[in-house]
Design a protein around this ligand. Structure first.
Ligand code: GLC
Length: 804
């Protein structure tokens, strides 16, 4: 069943049935002012932090309420509806709607009883407030008198938990006031005798507002109870039913902003009402509202600017392949998803309420990879930031606080850090993620000087990027387990696998191996010969160990517990086959091609399903060792044999590296949101963004996906597709083009910005092979091999590659 379609030209997903199986959401704004909105206008907003800067309330795990509601009431018939289908929820035979989720804006279109409305929701570029721009048109034959009411439910406290839970406090600090065109909501209003930078108990007044521009306010309300009425709900607020709001604020309990205007519309006439929400003091709120009163079509202009910004980023890399699903994801939705994870980390969604008040080291370093080909200038800023969160011993801070202060942070060696963040120890993998990320950035841009840039460590001292990376390798070298592989420490990539401080993870061992391959390239570039030799030796030894103790006939095991027990043996009753050590053996080149074939076939046979490969099999149940935390989840769920979508990206990459284009693409399609557009009843989650996992075959809800938007899947799949399937493999001096595509693809095209040049790459495959290069022509000249070096680049570089 499908609920909408992709409008690829506009880069929108258009929801044509509003009764979607879950709220399907979009992101607006930036961390300065962030907003999340569902196709039924549910959602919330915040400044800087979803947990500590909350402005609009949203009740988690409740049916998508409240939201940015706009009510429309016909004052003659007294019938009323909403600009989004919910909350009023009119009969869908009479109420027709479309929700257009675009790049940082959402437009709701509704038609009901001869009236059509368009509500455009967005946060203007570089601004810290949100706009709900409503246009209402009278499509009927008679004059219509409509009440338009905007409703914003403010939190009583910027802290999400205080607002939701600590009511004996948070209900007694709010009040609302009306002036001219706005409801001002004061939190701690009684502290207004303090200066702006003075605090009592860390508190001062904060003010939020709901303002109206474009029309005159006819009535207002500042109290949730006053607006809704006892024993009413969002579908039938008394303020809307009555035809006029009560013109009263709140003092204690729950504040809100509600503003009504009366629109009189002749047949065919359109009028506009603009609602604005933000966290500002009164004079600033007044100025913001005035801008929208004074400047005609400001909203449309701001929308154009917003689209230009986002589309400009996406246009840096565009593909035209025979697969619509692939094009849609790579050109718009996976790319946009990558930007959202890059910006929001795991901070705010309908699943994450913002309490994780910082950046997870490994997540963030990986997220960066998804946007390097689109916005290297943004990527490098974050890389610098993450390097500055590396401790001088080489390890990463498991959680990097939003208030991170390089050079002055405590570390997991300090009890204060552990107490504050809840992270008790280093994790074995964190800093190892830096290697592919830094390598991809330098190769994409050719910015070799970056290696010499000096960046502080989190706790003290500073060093060049090159040395930061050397210390990361040193960190692993100094934390080895009994067999000489990196010790498990607190955990590796898999949060639910605690092998023990001195246990050993094969996955981390492979990452460590790969890190040395990358570091060696940097060392060679710097003519650091002794170090190259040292790395070679170290890497060779490690490779031998991994092969000797981790290879088990047709698979790599998952690791060793501190006590020396093997995890992931063929003969184990549960969890005897794991996905990541197989794909990572290929990615890291611990496995040669032949071994790669064997292990990847085992994955295909044992783990693959129609929705992607499960993380391991069989699920843990009765045989879980004490560190097998996955057992706390239902079978087929999350790390316990779920299809953990992030791993699907590595699988795509690994198959592509083995030149198995068909299989790489098969894995892409299985878990691709766009490919499930017709199976919304199974997938449930949005068909335009990734989820953290899909329920595996051990679940009765096989195929259902969860934890939308903020997942490492976005970046791993992006890398799997761009570097893997499309074969964009830059290195220090240029770009290798090594596609690994389904053999049925006869041709595809890429446009890509690369080191100041606009590449137009046409790949032809008349002989229907999955990989290879027979001939390449650059700017009309045939060149050797498939390597486009920097000196071949012109402003517009035309590349033709014949695979067969
Ligand atoms: C979650 C975490 C991530 C971890 C993964 C696997 O996605 O955010 O850090 O690697 O789970 O456990």
């Amino acid at each position: 069943m499908r609920y909408g379609y992709f409008d690829n030209e506009k880069r929108e997903y258009v929801i044509t049935r509003p009764d979607t199986p879950a709220p399907w959401v979009n992101y607006l704004g930036s961390p300065e002012y962030g907003a999340i909105i569902s196709n039924n206008a549910g959602g919330y907003s915040f400044e800087k932090s979803g947990a500590n800067g909350r402005i609009l309330r949203y009740v988690f795990n409740q049916f998508d309420e409240p939201g940015r509601y706009i009510y429309i009431r016909d004052n003659d018939s007294k019938d009323y509806w909403s600009a989004s289908w919910q909350p009023v929820g009119k009969d869908l035979d009479e109420y027709k709607s479309e929700c257009h989720h675009g790049t940082a804006y959402t437009r709701m279109i509704a038609k009901y009883s001869g009236i059509s409305s368009e509500a455009l929701y967005y946060v203007p570029l570089d601004k810290s407030y949100e706009v709900w721009d409503l246009k209402v048109t009278n499509n009927s034959e008679k004059n219509r008198k409509l009440n338009i009411t905007g409703y914003a439910e403010f939190t009583n406290n910027c802290n999400y938990e205080q607002d939701q839970v600590n009511l004996q406090y948070s209900q007694f600090i709010t009040s609302t006031h009306f002036s001219q065109n706005r409801v001002m909501h004061h939190v701690h209003g009684n502290l207004d005798a303090l200066k702006e930078d003075e605090y009592i108990d860390n508190k001062n007044v904060s003010m939020r507002f709901l303002g109206m521009a474009g029309q005159k306010v006819s009535s207002w309300c500042g109290s949730k109870e006053g607006f809704l009425g006892r024993y009413h709900d969002y579908s039938n607020p008394i303020g809307v039913i009555n035809g006029s709001l009560d013109n009263k604020g709140n003092y204690n309990e729950n504040g809100c902003g509600a503003l009504t205007t009366l629109l009189e519309l002749a047949p065919g006439e359109t009028k506009e009402v603009i609602f604005i929400v933000g966290m500002k003091y009164d004079d600033e709120a007044a100025k913001i509202i005035a801008r929208y009163d004074e400047n005609e079509n400001l909203c449309e202009k701001e929308l154009v600017e917003l689209k230009k910004f986002w589309h400009g980023k996406l246009e840096k890399f565009q593909v035209k392949t025979p697969s619509e699903e692939f094009n849609t994801m790579i050109n718009t939705w996976n790319a946009y998803n990558c930007f959202m994870t890059f910006i929001w980390s795991r901070a705010a969604s309908f699943t994450y309420c913002g309490l994780r008040n910082g950046y997870g080291y490994r997540d963030t370093v990986q997220d960066i990879q998804g946007i390097i080909h689109l916005a290297p200038e943004m990527a490098v800023e974050k890389i610098r930031f993450m390097l500055s969160a590396q401790v001088d011993n080489g390890g990463g801070l498991p959680l990097v606080k939003f208030t991170h202060n390089p050079g002055h942070e405590d570390t997991p060696d300090d009890t204060s850090y552990v107490q504050e963040t809840g992270h008790p120890a280093y994790r074995a993998d964190d800093a190892l993620w830096l290697f592919p990320t830094v390598y991809k950035y330098i190769s994409e841009t050719g910015n070799m000087e970056f290696l010499d840039e000096v960046i502080p460590f989190a706790n003290k001292d500073e060093a060049t990027v090159y040395e930061h990376l050397q210390r990361a390798v040193k960190f692993s070298a100094e934390h080895l387990g009994k067999h000489g592989m990196p010790a498990g420490l607190y955990a590796d990539w898999n949060d639910c696998l605690r092998l023990g401080k001195d246990g050993e993870s094969s996955f981390v061992a492979m990452q460590y191996y790969y890190a040395m391959t990358i570091l060696r390239k940097f060392a060679e570039y710097k003519n650091d010969d002794n170090y190259v030799k040292q790395l070679d030796k170290q890497q060779e030894e490690l490779g031998k160990i991994i092969q000797k103790i981790c290879y088990d006939e047709d698979r790599f095991i998952r690791g060793f517990t501190e006590e020396g027990n093997v995890i992931g043996k063929r003969t184990d009753a549960e969890a005897n086959m794991w996905l990541n050590p197989q794909s990572w053996a290929v990615i890291s080149k611990v496995a040669d091609e032949e071994q790669g074939e064997v292990i990847m076939n085992s994955v295909y046979d044992r783990l693959n399903t129609e929705y992607g490969a499960i993380l391991m099999d069989p699920p843990y149940h009765a045989e879980a060792f004490p560190g097998a935390l996955a057992v706390i989840y239902n079978a087929g769920t999350k790390e316990n044999s779920g299809i953990f979508s992030q791993s699907q990206g590595w699988l795509i990459l690994a198959e592509a590296l083995l030149k198995h284009g068909d299989r790489a693409f098969e894995y892409f399609m299985e878990n691709s949101p766009a490919a499930q557009n017709d199976r919304a009843e199974t997938r449930v989650l949005e068909p335009y963004c990734y989820g953290q996992f899909t329920e595996g075959k051990a679940s009765p809800n096989f195929g259902r996906s969860h934890v939308h938007w903020l997942t490492g899947t976005a970046s791993t799949v992006m890398v799997g597709c761009v570097e893997g399937i499309l074969g964009m493999r830059p290195d220090f001096r240029g770009l290798h083009i090594e596609p690994s595509i389904p053999e049925k693809w006869e041709k595809f095209e890429i446009t890509k910005s690369f080191r100041g040049s606009r590449l137009h790459i046409v790949v032809k495959n008349p002989g229907h092979v999955q990989s290879g290069c027979k001939k390449m022509i650059v700017n009309g000249k045939e060149v050797e091999g498939n390597y486009v070096t920097e000196d071949m680049l012109t402003e517009n570089t035309e590349i033709e590659l014949y695979m067969s």
